[in-house]
Design a protein around this ligand. Structure first.
Ligand SMILES: CC(C)(COP(=O)(O)OP(=O)(O)OC[C@H]1O[C@@H](n2cnc3c(N)ncnc32)[C@H](O)[C@@H]1OP(=O)(O)O)[C@@H](O)C(=O)NCCC(=O)NCCS
Length: 171
């Protein structure tokens, strides 16, 4: 993608990140339920740093890090990594606007997260709805290791409890 830039997320970006998220929600149902306060959804408990992907100055993607304990199956991930849960950092709120898909924007965001000093040596982990969709495909293509899968801790508005999978970063 021409002129793709990954930049630290600033408070001033939040409205535009929320607009990008709205496009993703309408296209993909992510997040499943549109939050009353998108800015608060983008700053959950345990939030660490965030980044935006900008193409020609427009926000086309987002990712953030959260405390590893916020990730589904955190205990299993910590055991697999051989570190305490406090030494995990979770990749969260990853999305790319529909028009910018398939151009490795998500891969560029994940690469930036892997290289950030904000990791403070922590192992990166994440959870994903285990639906065989583009996100699962992305993590496996990038070499993330599937540690565990099972029913998620949350239910959709229709009462269905999706299957979630948890992954460990190879680096
Ligand atoms: C998952 C997601 C972040 C991937 O973003 P992306 O920038 O398109 O990712 P990439 O370009 O690195 O890879 C996407 C894959 O889809 C393929 N693809 C090609 N054209 C595409 C298109 N127009 N739309 C979607 N995917 C396309 C890519 O080629 C690639 O597959 P490959 O590995 O076989 O080449 C994006 O689909 C998304 O935002 N989904 C909704 C939110 C979501 O599920 N987030 C994850 C939460 S855990």
């Amino acid at each position: 993608m021409p002129d793709l830039m990954i930049a630290p997320r600033r408070t001033a970006h939040l409205d535009r990140v929320a607009e990008a998220l709205r496009l993703v929600h309408e296209n993909d149902g992510y997040p499943t339920v549109w939050p009353d306060d998108p800015a608060a959804w983008l700053a959950p408990a345990g939030a660490l740093d965030g980044w935006v992907a900008l193409a020609d100055g427009e926000i086309v993607g987002h990712v953030m890090l959260v405390d590893g304990g916020k990730v589904e199956f955190a205990a299993e991930l910590a055991e697999a990594a051989g570190v305490p849960m406090t030494n995990l950092a979770g990749v969260s709120r990853l999305f790319v606007t529909p028009a910018a898909r398939g151009a490795r924007v998500a891969a560029a965001l994940l690469e930036r997260v892997e290289d950030t000093p904000a990791r403070r040596g922590r192992r990166l982990v994440l959870d994903v709805v285990d639906d065989g969709g583009p996100a699962v495909h992305l993590y496996e293509r990038l070499g993330w290791t599937r540690v565990v899968a099972g029913p998620a801790s949350w239910t959709r508005p229709d009462g269905v409890r999706p299957r979630a999978a948890a992954y460990l970063c190879p680096r």
